[in-house]
Design a protein around this ligand. Structure first.
Ligand code: PMT
Length: 310
């Protein structure tokens, strides 16, 4: 009898761009594995659950992809080559600094002469220059690969393909699973083909449990990698218990717990032996410091200790 996750793959087709992404993943990993580098797979953003095959409506979640996008910049800074596996149109490393009005406010428009000119404001140059330098270094040296998903099924296919390529890195691979993956879905064979009509009675939509991919991921796909999962809760009294339950169940290395309300300034690291908080002070927040800087520093330290054990 096949397991829950195997049945999921058997009943959900890969996304149309799957083979292209698999090839990109294979080439990227082969190139960097030859150089004995450390690699991190960052998953980022939320997955959708379509309610129709020709999707007009879907169930979604709150994740903007901030955790994953910001962490990716700090992993690159620490010398890790990075696969940024993200929800299409969610926040991305580097460009996140220029989202919305922020970018417009950095520019100056001069229409006085015969030629209109657009320049970067002098005080914005200081902000832009280091980000642009880091972006160019990552891009030009091929140190980052972007692959995207939208639905929970796309996420499943892409995650397994990434793991197949990462397995050869053994202990040099980190999986940093910050995506907010849907816990409930409507199986493909139960979806209507066309848009649900609103004329009749309100639809009764039955959701089913999504299999947890951490189980095959840790035990079968990348058994030697340093796997970090995240745990989000809204009730603080259960956060550490739930994180510890995940560690006991999946036997990976680290769970980073965070609360919906305080996730930008506080997380808890839960390992098989202990747990400790990482907190940003009000002063640090006001100075623009990001909690991902210390999260990534701590993950890297834990990963280094892990590598030394072999
Ligand atoms: O994007 P932001 O707005 O910055 O928010 C960041 C975040 C709060 C989403 C992030 O920090 C976070 O906590 N992500 C995990 C959310 C969560 O609680 O996931 P979970 O309990 O459903 O799953 C636990 C872990 O298993 C996660 O690492 C998840 O990526 C992974 N998982 C979950 C389900 C599944 N089917 N397969 C998985 O791999």
């Amino acid at each position: 009898m096949s397991s829950h996750w195997e049945s999921f793959y058997a009943t959900h087709l890969p996304p149309t761009d799957f083979e292209d992404n698999r090839k990109l993943l294979q080439d990227f990993c082969e190139r960097h594995n030859r150089n004995n580098e450390r690699i991190v797979l960052v998953t980022s953003g939320g997955t959708t659950v379509p309610l129709e095959h020709n999707t007009v409506r879907f169930v979604d979640n709150f994740s903007a992809g901030t955790r994953g996008a910001v962490s990716t910049e700090y992993f690159l800074e620490r010398g890790y080559v990075t696969i940024f596996m993200h929800r299409l149109k969610s926040l991305q490393p580097f460009t996140r600094h220029f989202n919305g009005q922020k970018f417009m406010d950095m520019l100056e428009l001069d229409e006085r002469g015969p030629n209109t000119t657009i320049t970067v404001k002098p005080d914005s140059v200081d902000v832009l220059a280091p980000i642009l330098a880091q972006y160019k270094a990552a891009q030009e040296n091929g140190r980052i690969l972007y692959v995207s998903f939208t639905t929970v099924s796309d996420y499943f296919w892409l995650l397994r393909a990434a793991c197949e390529c990462l397995a050869t890195f053994t202990t040099r691979a980190v999986l940093y699973l910050a995506a907010a993956v849907s816990d409930f879905y409507v199986p493909a064979h139960e979806l209507p083909t066309h848009k649900i009509q609103s004329g009749g009675v309100a639809p009764n939509i039955q959701l089913q449990l999504v299999p947890k991919l951490l189980a095959p991921l840790v035990s079968l796909w990348v058994p030697h990698a340093f796997v970090v999962s995240f745990k989000l809760e809204t009730d603080e009294s259960i956060l550490i218990t739930k994180a510890r339950e995940a560690l006991n169940k999946y036997k990976h290395k680290l769970v980073i717990g965070n609360m919906l309300q305080t996730r930008r300034n506080k997380v808890v690291f839960v390992t098989p032996d202990n747990h400790y908080d990482l907190v940003l002070t009000r002063e640090q927040l006001l100075k623009g410091m990001e909690i991902e800087e210390i999260i990534v520093a701590n993950v890297v330290a834990n990963h280094t200790d892990y590598i030394k054990m072999f």
